[in-house]
Design a protein around this ligand. Structure first.
Ligand code: UDP
Ligand code: MG
Length: 323
């Protein structure tokens, strides 16, 4: 009896990564050998592993490099966007087109997600009967100090104010069963924060830790502000606590102002000749509360902006070419 081999799709978002396309391909091939899959059940021995590069509007020769690879290996596929839509859109596109695979893996092309972990992840998935095996970095060696600081702050804050739990240092690198992928795809939101969505859908997930690996070639497309905006998207999508915070702050300020008013009235009754307070105090108080109001409005505004963007129902990406 012949055994139907399992099918795995590697979804690889790429943005200006010409130096990495074939390096990534070769490294994966070298790590996913028949030998490395030997300890897995028999239907994994001849594992069919397809590459799905999602070209997220690259301006360099990334797409040519992918096409060259495809010319020699039919297991290479690609979707090319009409412009840069962001990694989240690329992940979504990749998941949508790989629904006929048993398993789907998300990977960065810069080898920061070590392909050497793939056999271990598959083994864990199968032997422990999981829906997903994800990865987290045990450390942040080599990362910019400012980015590390704010990343940690973000994870701590979100874990306090959201019922969706995020693992600190979690990467997007993970393998999922098709059942989980379908659940993720069923979430229709436009402004996506995948780490949160993967946690929100549930399913049995285990994490593997590994030491941080620095980017091999090319440059990271994520500057501080891009990461910051992404963090805000995550916060807004997975918590309404900032709104409650604004309401609570408003209530607190009103209460303190009430106390102040009572104090002034009593003082006036006790000593009717008391002089009116200074100009400076008034200005400081007005600007302070002016600032507080703008800050609160800003928070409310972020939620309104999120609603506005969602209601437009624009597609998450526009495809230019797919093969
Ligand atoms: N990427 C993408 N679209 C973007 C930015 C990045 O598809 O707008 C891809 C990129 O090519 C890489 C992965 O997402 O494969 C992670 O990006 P990067 O290494 O720049 O991020 P970092 O590791 O610095 O967080
Ligand atoms: Mg990277």
């Amino acid at each position: 009896m012949s055994i139907l081999p399992k099918k795995l799709a590697l979804i690889v978002p790429v943005h200006n990564e010409e130096e990495n396309i074939s390096l990534f391909y070769n490294t994966v091939k070298a790590n996913l050998t028949r030998q490395s899959l030997n300890s897995l059940p028999e239907d994994f021995h001849e594992l069919i592993c397809d590459f799905w590069y999602i070209d997220d509007g690259s301006a360099d020769t990334t797409l040519d490099k992918i096409k060259a690879l495809q010319a020699v290996d039919k297991s290479v596929h690609f979707i090319s966007f009409s412009r840069n839509f962001g990694k989240e859109a690329a992940i979504y596109a990749g998941l949508s087109y790989t629904q006929n695979y048993d398993y789907v893996a998300l990977m960065d092309v810069d080898l920061q997600d070590p392909p050497s972990l793939l056999p271990t992840m598959l083994e864990k998935l199968v032997t422990e009967n999981l829906d997903s095996v994800a990865t987290r970095r045990a450390d942040r060696k080599g990362e910019k100090v400012l980015i590390s600081f704010f990343s940690n702050l973000f994870y701590q804050m979100l874990s306090k104010i959201s019922s969706t739990k995020l693992v600190s240092g979690a990467r997007d690198y993970r393998i999922m069963s098709q059942a989980m992928v379908k659940a993720v795809l069923a979430l229709p939101e436009n402004q996506r924060f995948s780490k949160g969505l993967f946690s929100w859908v549930g399913f049995k997930t285990e994490y593997i830790s590994y030491e941080n690996v620095n980017r091999q070639r090319g440059q990271s497309s994520w500057g501080f502000w891009k990461l910051f905006r992404y963090a805000i998207t995550g916060l807004i999508s997975f918590s309404t606590v900032p709104l409650t915070f604004v309401a609570a702050l408003g209530l607190l300020v009103t209460f303190v102002a009430g106390l102040g008013a009572i104090f002034l009235i009593i003082r006036k009754i006790i000593d009717p000749t008391v002089a009116i307070g200074g100009w400076t105090t008034v200005v400081v108080v007005i600007t302070f509360f002016g600032g507080l109001q703008m800050f609160s409005l800003g928070i409310v505004g972020r939620y309104i902006a999120a609603i506005f963007l969602e209601t437009k129902r624009r597609p998450m990406y526009i495809e230019k070419e797919r093969k």
